[in-house]
Design a protein around this ligand. Structure first.
Ligand code: FES
Length: 129
């Protein structure tokens, strides 16, 4: 279930990653080119959308890779978005820590949330929208 800050996307779903390329309990970073669908994502046309995919075991959540503190991407190393115990997302800049639905629970922006995107699955792919 998307959080209250989720962005609902209408129109054709966009393929993000094959489900076989995700591992339960792990995260992946994915960038997509938006082009003519940019307005659906509230970013300027032609921009790329930087996403965090978190396979939480029983569900897969997708967040915009932009910290609600000052907007920086969360990771320092590719695909490394989780705390050492792999229970939370953590921003490498100032250690904002986020729970399973993207809400900041510790660090400089408590109560703020990562932007979450609605996803579906189709023919073995995780789809945005
Ligand atoms: S930019 Fe993420 S905690 Fe400051």
């Amino acid at each position: 279930m998307p959080s209250k800050d989720s962005t609902n996307i209408t129109g054709d779903p966009i393929p993000l990653i094959a489900l076989d390329d995700l591992t339960a309990g792990e995260t992946k970073g994915v960038e997509i080119e938006l082009d003519d669908v940019a307005t659906k994502f509230s970013v300027k046309k032609g921009k790329r959308l930087d996403l965090i995919i978190w396979h939480q075991g029983n569900e897969i959540r997708v967040f915009k890779n932009a910290c609600p503190h000052v907007g920086l991407p969360l990771e320092t190393f590719p695909d490394r978005f989780l705390t050492a115990d792999k229970k939370h997302l953590i921003c490498s800049a100032h250690a904002a820590t986020f729970d399973h639905d993207g809400t900041c629970i510790a660090g400089p922006c408590p109560g703020k949330s990562l932007t979450e995107y609605k996803t579906t699955t189709l023919d073995g792919w995780l789809m945005l929208g």
